[in-house]
Ligand binder design. Structure first.
Ligand code: THU
Length: 137
């Protein structure tokens, strides 16, 4: 990142897609918006399932939308939920984000009133497993 992401646009996109979350089991709606390196915003919501482990997180949906559009480089991410403490990506989603993001990519954690915490992909997943570990195998 050479300049801060347009947080307002990311927040608006994440908030809008959160309204479409399919959450009949938890009732906990999450929205995620990714700023691609191409400058476009890709959004996703959580989609739950009666077979609980088959549900998918908002971040996974946003990543799928980004890849489906032909972009594979994450410049920034914003996640929003109605939570007393700002929501933070789950462990699996940290790994999913790290696949497409540099360590210094901003991750903005937001409540309904707006962004609350700014961290990075690398800070959320220190010493993560990556493709480089398989080099030479
Ligand atoms: N959830 C997300 O979508 N993203 C996160 O980072 C954490 C959790 C969803 C999964 C499930 O549908 C609901 O929140 C409760 O765990």
């Amino acid at each position: 990142m050479t300049s801060p992401p347009d947080t307002d646009a990311l927040f608006a996109a994440a908030l809008a897609v959160r309204d479409r979350a399919y959450v009949p089991y938890s009732g906990f709606a999450v929205g995620a918006a990714i700023l691609g390196a191409d400058g476009a915003i890709y959004s996703g919501c959580n989609v739950e399932n009666a077979a609980y482990p088959e549900g998918t997180c908002a971040e996974a949906g946003a990543i799928a939308a980004m890849v489906a559009a032909g972009e594979t480089r994450i410049a920034a991410v914003l996640v929003v939920a109605d939570s007393a403490h700002p929501i933070s990506p789950c462990g699996g989603c940290r790994q999913k984000l790290a696949e497409f993001a540099p360590d210094d990519a901003p991750v903005i954690l937001a409540g309904l009133a707006g962004p609350q915490v700014r961290t990075t992909v690398g800070a959320l997943l220190p010493a993560g497993f990556a493709a480089g570990h398989m080099e030479g195998v």
